[in-house]
Ligand binder design. Structure first.
Ligand SMILES: Nc1nc2c(ncn2[C@@H]2O[C@H](COP(=O)(O)OP(=O)(O)OP(=O)(O)O)[C@@H](O)[C@H]2O)c(=O)[nH]1
Ligand SMILES: [Mg+2]
Length: 583
């Protein structure tokens, strides 16, 4: 099936044409038929030739009902633009064309209607000239009279050629059915209708309701007035939903493939039309069948942030339209550039953001998106509309290469610093490392580690202490022998120097966890710190530095920095009178 929307000034013959083509009545309401005026969207269809069915979304031309028109056109890829021979180009001709152009509708046909009332040539010439400057470009034009039937055969042929040009829908795409009507049928419950632009619907599907954030089951499907087990895009479709009240759904809401769309009320967009500086502070965003009030926050010359009055399930690249309802003015089309933009709190944030947006075009490229975000869940990127082929690093997490390198380079220092302050612990708990690197998930810590770092008993440890340079390892072993008698007798600096343990070697041994550095030239073995805790715990509490020193059989040179280390580690508590007790 193909779906084509009508467009054109009020009373130019759109509904009459749809009626003549389909034999169906597009004006559904008694009031519309009484007044001869379309108010809301109408739907009718016809089998144009065997196997080729076209459904029309007939829109109102009256200026008051432009929002209804936009809801009908939003999800439809092709338009039948109608202009009356006897009236020619009129204000809503212009506004409808501006809307089609803003929405970047590329496929169309021009019909000069009521050709029995006047020479169609002037209207045809002007309409074609107007259309030529828009996304519709050069289109076929057909003059018809629905009253006499003249030109109807040519119109059917031209429609057929238009349909042949339409690109095939993406049937594997997730469903986002923008609702244009909702009603109840006695005995069946809630039914919604819409234009299915991509994907496939089946009876039994569970669909997420964008506004409710929960799913509802598809009880039945109708297309072209018949019950069907499944519907492929593109199609007009009526969906009978289980477990939803009619009043919970309305035009502008959407039925979604679960988990594939993220609702957002802040988007950064490019505006194709008026300069952003000329946008009013409050506009209406029309997208799909939705129209939502939005506040603008201009960023670049053609980019702005939109703060939406309601959440919408939007993706990168979505095409919408901004309109100033007060002035009946289409400000321009919009391309969604970012559906999860950063907050603009820091100084210069808006200027930096404008620079970023200047480089975006609404095509959701996985590498570019990951580069800008650094770390992101694959599913979140997909919800934004990014096709992801990259493999996650851990769980569902994607990490950009440069970020990965930077994080990895920071790891050894984080582990070493922590060990220095927490000796003799073998290494920081995984969550400490996660926080230090501001990672969103522990699994990323595991994935970041490369030898000699690894996780052991919930801590990030180095496994290469044996891999210390041999002279240093030997020197440490000598120290170990010297310290067995008294683990707190830190050797004098001269002794360290003689062992070959200058500041650089000491630093390496500390990094490897083989030594604990208390102060310049004052080192102990990790066991010494552990033993100190045991010794101090035996003392009457609280104790003075001097009592601690005597209990450990060492000097103030060791005792003072050792106690300070234990304070930092939280093993001891320093009281106001300078005494300490174990925690
Ligand atoms: N003589 C003549 N009258 C026509 C023709 N097509 C439409 N009309 C008349 O023009 C008037 C408006 O026609 P509609 O089809 O309702 O126009 P519309 O574009 O759908 O109007 P809105 O939906 O309100 O924007 C009606 O009185 C039709 O009978 C035609 O080909 N010839
Ligand atoms: Mg009409």
């Amino acid at each position: 099936m193909f779906v084509v929307a009508t467009a054109g000034h009020v009373d130019h013959g759109k509904s009459t044409l749809v009626r003549a083509l389909t034999g169906m009545e597009p004006d559904r309401w008694a009031e519309e038929r009484r007044r001869g005026l379309t108010i809301d969207l109408g739907f009718a269809w016809v089998e144009l030739r065997p196997g080729v069915t076209v459904a029309f979304v007939d829109v109102p031309g009256h200026e008051r009902f432009v929002p209804n028109m936009l809801a009908g056109v939003g999800p439809v890829p092709a338009a039948m633009f109608v202009v009356a021979a006897d009236e020619g180009w009129m204000p809503q001709s212009a506004e409808h064309l501006a809307a089609l152009h803003a929405l970047e509708v590329r496929y169309g046909l021009c019909v000069v209607a009521r050709a029995d009332l006047a020479d169609p040539e002037p209207a045809r010439r002007q309409a074609l000239a107007e259309l030529a400057g828009t996304s519709l470009g050069t289109v076929e034009a057909v003059a018809v009279s629905a009253t006499t039937g003249a030109g109807m055969t040519e119109l059917r042929a031209a429609l057929g050629r238009l349909l042949d040009q339409l690109p095939p829908p993406d049937l594997s795409a997730p469903v986002r059915l923008w609702i244009d009507r909702s009603f109840t049928i006695r005995g069946s419950g809630t039914v919604v209708t819409g234009t299915l632009a991509a994907g496939r619907l089946r009876v039994g599907d569970e669909l997420e309701i964008a506004s409710l954030g929960r799913t509802a089951g598809v009880r039945a499907l109708q297309s072209l007035g018949a019950q069907v087990p499944e519907v492929d895009a593109v199609a007009r479709v009526a969906v009978n939903l289980r477990g939803v009240e009619r009043h919970q759904l309305r035009r502008g809401d959407a039925l979604l493939t679960p988990q594939r769309f993220q609702a957002t009320d802040v988007v950064d967009v490019r505006v194709h039309g008026d300069p952003v500086a000329a946008l009013p502070a409050n506009v209406m965003l029309h997208i799909g069948s939705a129209s939502v009030p939005a506040r603008t926050r201009p960023l670049g010359p053609d980019t702005t942030r939109l703060m939406l009055a309601r959440l919408l399930p939007l993706r990168i690249g979505d095409r919408g339209l901004l309109r100033d309802p007060g002035r009946h003015h289409v400000s321009g089309g919009t391309t969604v550039l970012d559906v999860a933009p950063p907050r603009l709190t820091r100084r210069r944030a808006a200027a930096l953001r404008a620079e970023v947006l200047a480089g975006l075009d609404g095509r959701a490229d996985e590498h570019a998106e990951l580069r800008r975000r650094g770390i992101v869940r694959r599913a979140d990127l997909e919800r934004m509309g990014v096709a992801v082929t990259m493999a996650p690093m851990a769980g569902d997490w994607l990490v950009e290469e440069a970020v990965l390198t930077r994080l990895r380079s920071r790891l050894p220092a984080i582990v070493a610093d922590w060990r220095r302050d927490h000796a003799p612990e073998p290494g920081p708990p995984v969550d400490v490392v996660r926080q230090a690197l501001r990672l969103p998930d522990r699994s990323l810590v595991h994935a970041l580690l490369t030898p000699p770092l690894s996780v052991h008993a919930g801590r990030v440890v180095r496994t290469d202490q044996a891999a210390l340079p041999a002279p240093i390892a030997r020197a440490v072993e000598e120290l170990r022998a010297e310290l067995t008698a008294n683990p707190f007798a830190a050797p004098p600096t001269e002794r360290l120097t003689r062992l070959g343990l200058g500041p650089r070697e000491v630093a390496a041994a500390v990094r490897a966890g083989a030594l604990v550095r208390l102060a310049d030239g004052v080192v102990l073995l990790p066991d010494g710190v552990r033993d100190a805790v045991a010794v101090l715990a035996e003392l009457p509490q609280p104790f003075t530095v001097s009592e601690a020193r005597q209990a450990m059989g060492t000097t103030r040179r060791v005792a003072v920095p050792l106690l300070e280390l234990l304070d930092r580690q939280g093993a001891t508590l320093r009281l106001p009178d300078d005494r300490r007790r174990m925690r």
